[in-house]
Write a protein that binds this ligand. Structure first.
Ligand SMILES: [Zn+2]
Length: 218
């Protein structure tokens, strides 16, 4: 039997590495910081949250500054209904035109395979070219729904992607008491983190913006 308790205040956590040429333009990596109340939430979404947190942290430690700002967003309250993502969208509606690309990892951090990409044909072609740098982590799947939280922003015309990984076992553990740290293989999580940081850095440092599907809908 489940029950719902009163809500309380919580916040999205945002980490930026400021862009050196166009700091107002952002490339976003993200995962959610809350979890289902059974288990530990290690897989959903501890893995996605930690690799997203690590992307700007790794760039900072390596003293790498991309042209655009690289932003990690750790969404709050995804599970009750994308509450943090809705609040972010509402507050940042006028800045949507500055989001060049948005990424989410919320379906496992097993062995990384590539990206599931939403956007125009031109955007997907450009991402496919970038993925060639990461062979054999270079698979590109096309989707219109590249995640849960970020779909709110992708629906406004911003191109985006989610992490493709060997997550066939994801729903063995999802939202259950079995979602604990021992489900995660640390070598795979580190590979996901390295891929996530490197691919977001390359996108944030591209000389041209990722082409948009259409004008931003506000
Ligand atoms: Zn999740």
């Amino acid at each position: 039997m489940s029950s719902t308790f009163d809500t309380t205040k919580s916040r999205n956590t945002i980490i930026d590495v400021k862009g050196k040429d166009d700091p107002e333009k952002v490339v976003i990596v993200s995962g959610h910081i809350d979890s289902w109340d059974v288990g530990q939430g290690a897989m959903d979404d501890g893995g996605g949250m930690i690799i997203s947190w690590l992307a700007p942290v790794a760039l900072h430690h390596l003293n790498l500054k991309p042209r655009r700002t690289l932003r990690a967003i750790l969404w709050t309250a995804e599970e009750p209904g994308l509450v943090g993502a809705q609040a972010y969208l509402k507050k940042h509606m006028s800045e949507l035109k500055n989001i060049n690309f948005i990424m989410e990892s919320d379906e496992g951090t097993f062995k990384p395979r590539g990206l599931s990409v939403a956007g125009s044909t031109e955007a997907r072609c450009l991402i496919a070219e970038i993925l060639k740098l990461f062979s054999p982590i270079d698979k590109l799947e096309e989707t219109d729904y590249p995640g849960s939280d970020i779909t709110l922003i992708v629906d406004k015309g911003v191109p985006g992607a989610s992490l493709l990984n060997d997550n066939e076992r994801y729903y063995w553990f999802h939202h259950s008491e079995a979602d604990t740290l021992n489900v995660l293989n640390m070598t795979d999580v580190i590979d996901c983190a390295a891929f996530w940081a490197a691919v977001s850095y390359v996108i944030a440092d591209m000389p041209t913006d990722i082409p948009r599907v259409s004008p931003i809908y506000t």
